[in-house]
Design a protein around this ligand. Structure first.
Ligand code: ADP
Ligand code: MG
Length: 225
C-alpha cells in the first residue's frame, strides 16, 4: 500500500563536504500498525521521515502510494499527498503559540480548504484525552498535553498515516510513555511511523522495528506493519 523504493539522499552544503544521508533505502509498509525507525543521531532517520512524508525530495528513488508512483508526481501532487495523506508530529510540537487549541486544530483543516465544526474539534480532542481544552493556549499546557494537541491536529485531517519524529524527545519518561500509548492506540486504525533513538520504547511499543545506520537499513523485524 505504501512503499519507499531505493531512496537516496545526499546533502551538499555550500562550501562543505557532501553528506550521504540515505544510501538506497527500500521499505514496504502495511495499512496499520506501529513502526519504529531506530538509529543513532545522524543515521538518517529524520531525512527518511521527511522524504516519506513529502516534506523533502529524494535525489533518487521514489514512493509508491496506493499503487501510484511518485516518479511522475508534479509539485501539486506532492503538496496534495503531504496535506491529505500524511499527519505529522514533531518533537517540538510546532503548535502556533498565540492561537488557542481550537484554532491550532481548525487551521490544519483550513490549509486543506476545509472548515472544522465544533463537533469535529471536540471529538479530536476527546480522542487524545483533552476533552474541553479548546480555549487553552499552548503556553497553558504541559509538554505531554501539547504533544497530544499536535497529535489531534495530525488526526483531524483524517490522514492515512501518521509520521512522528522523536515525539517523546522533549518529554519525561512517563509522559513519553503515555504519548506512545496514544499513538499505539491510533495505530490500530492507521499506519504510524515513529522515529526514535530509544530502543526500550521501540521494543515495548513497536509492531516492527527498522534500524538505520549510516543511511542504510541494518535491521528490519518485519511483521504485520
Ligand atoms: P537523524 O535524524 O538520524 O539524527 P538526519 O536525517 O537528521 O539524522 O541526518 C543524517 C545526516 O545528514 C547527518 O550526517 C546530518 O548531519 C546530515 N544532514 C541532515 N540535514 C542536513 C542539511 N540540511 N544539510 C547538510 N547535512 C544535513
Ligand atoms: Mg532526527
Amino acid at each position: 500500500m505504501f512503499s519507499a523504493i531505493d531512496i537516496c539522499k545526499t546533502y551538499r552544503p555550500r562550501g562543505g563536504v557532501p553528506v550521504e544521508a540515505l544510501r538506497g533505502v527500500t521499505l514496504r509498509f502495511g495499512e496499520r500498525g506501529m513502526v519504529f525507525i531506530l538509529g543513532k543521531s545522524g543515521s538518517g532517520k529524520s531525512t527518511l521521515l521527511h522524504i516519506l512524508g513529502g516534506l523533502d525530495d529524494a535525489d533518487a528513488g521514489y514512493l509508491e502510494i496506493d499503487g501510484k508512483t511518485t516518479q511522475a508526481f508534479s509539485r501539486k501532487d506532492f503538496d496534495d499527498y503531504r496535506n491529505e495523506y500524511v499527519g505529522f508530529v514533531f518533537q517540538e510540537y510546532n503548535l502556533l503559540p498565540t492561537f488557542t487549541v481550537r484554532e491550532n486544530l481548525s487551521i490544519a483543516l483550513e490549509l486543506q480548504g476545509k472548515s472544522a465544526s465544533e463537533e469535529q474539534i471536540a471529538a479530536a480532542l476527546a480522542k487524545v484525552g483533552l476533552a474541553g481544552m479548546e480555549k487553552r493556549k499552548p503556553t497553558e499546557l504541559s509538554g505531554g498535553q501539547r504533544q497530544r494537541v499536535a497529535i489531534a491536529r495530525a488526526m483531524i485531517k483524517e490522514p492515512e498515516m501518521i509520521l512522528a519524529d522523536e515525539p517523546t524527545g522533549a518529554l519525561d519518561e512517563e509522559t513519553g510513555q503515555s504519548v506512545l500509548k496514544l499513538l499505539k492506540q491510533l495505530s490500530e486504525e492507521k499506519l504510524v511511523i515513529v522515529v526514535s533513538h530509544d530502543r526500550d520504547f521501540a521494543e515495548r511499543f513497536g509492531d516492527r522495528i527498522i534500524e538505520l545506520a549510516d543511511g542504510a537499513v541494518v535491521r528490519d523485524t518485519g511483521g504485520r506493519a
